[in-house]
Design a binder for this molecule. Structure first.
Ligand code: PRX
Length: 702
């Protein structure tokens, strides 16, 4: 991974100070699901793959499986073969007998004067059945069809997910904050003919028009040859339409109106093979086309149930709040499927946790008696900046907290522990991905001490390692970084990329595959695309992506997607996207663009590029700056040197540029960009060795 100018792995290690351990409080250990040290024994590598029976046995199966892991079509693993089950039954029906009046979801609307809505398991059961009946009879969908959702954080989203799961229909939720265009692309990729959306939702005090995005999505899909027959529109306030965008006759339907015909309807859960796909979740990669990660029913549900039990420590009396969006994998696995399968009470929050003031999140925790809290470093940084002393003003007590989605800085971790957790809560730093269904790296709460900034060792049944470029293992404690790999399959791993099986093998398995004809899982290590270091205690420190992906506020944005969005502007000839360090979001995006001859490099052009990115992808991708440059630094073969422009944006050394085709352009861009940044109050900040290494290797894959 080291290059001539960059830091070597050993240098990164030297710069990295080992943090001290924090030990789990006795009060936590006394009650934890994972307090029994024998649990490690059950997951010893010699017991693989049968060890995962422990997770699958947490579910109700219509038919028990005969083969735990079938590797015959490597690396398309099949788990729990021969087994049949239904995810909706496991998350809803099976809890009715003992817990019908228990809260399944507690929904907190953003406006503080709106009542909290509690959905008991009984009520969820009724609503899921009615909506499943509507999907089956009004929309005519059947097992194996795909439906796209573009839903915000309201109870209608999990109701729709569970209704699809009941029918064996594959749901594909597109994050509500994504643009209509992004939603349209995903409709096309998945071949959905039904779109489920909502008229409006609250964010930061505004009731946003969301329906308008459905019209854009349908138009994009139609232009690419996919017809959306029906758009189902939930209303934020049933009976009252809160969007200025007209409904389209014969295509758009208000769900609350159609549902009247299905009052009290019941739909038998369809008994599905364990390998039946449950959902698609799109994520970014190195090429522009998004990847629809296909997750299974039996393997996925077993894995999220087991990890929610042992790593989230969810127990019957707990109130669990995962402050993430269901539009991301975190929400699917650890707001909906994992907690519900365990029969938990899961809090859903519509809005922004700092609205109307930085105490909002802690008021919710206090009022609902939340004792398990789960969020991402970007939110923790935001809450810390907006109200560093707020938590102590509220009387809540967490036993357990999670951080997920990006590396957390040790000082932010300590604020989370001392101030948010009041020194009482255990923290798990869970490292994983959209593709992996559930956690891969984390400490086992109660049994393993925490170390700020490190996710911990591999979780139960996962055998992680760090490999160098040749596939040789970099030993733990060697002080060297490399690529983290998982040496074995596990039930939560995605089954394939929807419609792109070759890409699935190429991106995740080809790099370290020992023998392409082998059906032995030992020959197929999984390559997640992250750099990491493993300390002598076996704990991993994740260093970030090794591909062309920028992690903005815990969300993956591919450089190619950003650049293609910029290129939709007529003026733009070439564009390059690079990461820049950001206090709250971890990383932000900066775009460099050169214009075609005859176009004026002015604020208007830069504004068009910014707007194009918002329209194509969504506000989350809004660049911090758009720099219009006369030319890009390029190699002699014409490739844009992203590492050079990333260095300029981050005020770091641009390294050796003598081999470039146009080295003189570097200084010109550097002067302009850095002078403008300083003029806008963006002083150069000192980067850690890890951050420096990320910038210096950015775009190196090219
Ligand atoms: O680079 C890693 C980072 O986020 C990537 C996965 O992003 P996504 O698929 O959007 O899933 C996010 C929620 C699971 C990883 O490849 N990442 C995720 N969790 C951590 C992390 N980096 C460091 N520490 C983590 N805990």
């Amino acid at each position: 991974m080291a290059d001539e100018q960059g830091l070597t792995e050993a240098q990164i290690a030297v710069h990295w100070r080992e943090e001290e351990y924090y030990h789990p409080p006795a009060s936590f250990i006394g009650q934890a699901n994972a307090a029994d040290p024998r649990i490690h024994n059950q997951f010893r590598e010699e017991l693989f793959p049968e060890c995962f029976k422990a997770y699958a046995d947490l579910l109700d199966w219509d038919k028990y499986w005969h083969t735990t892991l079938d590797t015959s079509n490597a690396p398309f693993w099949k788990w729990f073969v021969g087994g049949r089950l239904n995810a909706s039954y496991n998350c809803v029906d099976r809890h009715l007998e003992k817990n019908r009046n228990k809260a399944a979801f507690i929904w907190v609307p953003e406006p503080e004067d709106e009542e909290t809505v509690t959905l008991t398991y009984q009520e969820l059961y009724e609503r899921v059945n009615e909506f499943a009946a509507l999907l089956r009879d009004f929309c005519g969908v059947k097992t194996g069809d795909r439906i796209t959702f573009h839903l915000p954080m309201t109870p209608e989203l999990p109701v729709a997910m569970l209704a699809c799961a009941r029918l064996g229909v594959i749901h594909s939720e597109v994050f509500g904050g994504f643009s209509g265009n992004a939603c349209g692309d995903r409709i096309v990729d998945s071949g959905s003919n039904i779109l489920i959306t909502m008229d409006s939702y609250y964010r930061n005090g505004d009731l946003l028009d969301h329906k308008v995005k459905a019209d854009e999505a349908v138009a994009v899909a139609e232009a690419e040859g996919v017809n959306v027959d029906k758009v189902l529109v939930w209303r934020r306030y049933p009976g009252k339409y809160s969007s200025p965008t007209p409904m389209v006759e014969g295509r758009d339907y208000f769900v609350d109106e159609v549902l009247k015909d299905y009052r009290g309807a019941k739909v038998d859960p369809v008994s599905l093979p364990a390998e039946a796909p449950l959902f698609l979740m799109y994520t970014s990669g190195t090429t522009g086309r998004p990847k629809g990660c296909q997750h299974s029913t039996g393997g996925y549900l077993s894995y999220v149930t087991g990890t929610a039990k042992y790593y989230q420590d969810i127990q019957p009396e707990d109130t669990y709040w995962c402050l993430a969006d269901i539009g991301w994998i975190t929400g699917h696995s650890y707001i909906v499927y994992g907690p519900l399968s365990l029969g938990a009470s899961s809090v859903l929050f519509e809005g922004v946790p700092t609205y109307p003031d930085p105490g909002r999140a802690w008021r919710i925790a206090e009022r609902l008696g939340v004792n398990i809290f789960h969020t991402a470093p970007t939110t923790i940084r935001m809450l810390r900046k907006a109200g560093p002393d707020e938590p102590q003003k509220y009387n809540y007590h967490f036993k357990h907290m999670t951080t997920v989605g990006e590396p957390i800085e040790p000082e932010v971790w300590r604020w989370y522990h001392e101030v948010v957790g009041k020194g009482e809560a255990i923290i798990v730093d869970t490292w994983w991905q959209t593709e992996t269904g559930g956690f891969l790296g984390s400490t086992l709460p109660a049994l393993q001490p925490m170390k700020p900034g490190s996710c911990g060792p591999s979780v139960l049944g996962i055998y992680g390692a760090v490999y160098d470029e040749n596939g040789d293992e970099v030993p733990a404690g060697s002080g060297k970084a490399g690529n983290i790999v998982i040496r074995n399959p596990w039930p939560g791993i995605f089954q394939t990329i929807w419609g792109q099986p070759e890409r699935f093998v190429e991106v995740y398995y080809e790099k370290y595959c020992k023998d392409k004809n082998s059906t032995d899982w030992r020959d197929w290590p999984y390559f997640p695309g992250d750099g990491a270091m493993q300390a002598a205690d076996g704990y991993f420190r994740i260093l970030g992506r090794v591909d062309d992906v920028i992690n903005v506020a815990g969300h993956r944005l591919g450089t190619k997607e950003l650049e293609s969005a910029a290129l939709t502007v007529e003026d733009v000839a070439e564009a390059a996207a690079v990461p820049v360090m950001d206090e709250i979001r971890g990383r932000a995006v900066e775009i460099y663009a050169s214009l075609k001859p005859g176009f004026e490099a002015d604020d208007k052009a830069a504004g068009k590029v910014r707007q194009a990115i918002r329209t194509e992808i969504g506000p989350i991708a809004t660049p911090k700056h758009v720099w219009l440059v006369p030319d890009m630094p390029k190699t002699r073969s014409g490739k844009i040197m992203r590492r050079v422009i990333a260095s300029i944006s981050n005020f770091t050394d641009v390294g050796d540029i003598t081999t470039l085709a146009n080295p003189e352009i570097v200084e010109e861009i550097q002067k302009h960009v850095q002078a403008s940044k300083v003029a806008q109050g963006e002083a150069p900040q000192e980067l850690s060795a890890v951050e420096l290494a990320e910038i210096q290797r950015f775009g190196q894959e090219e």
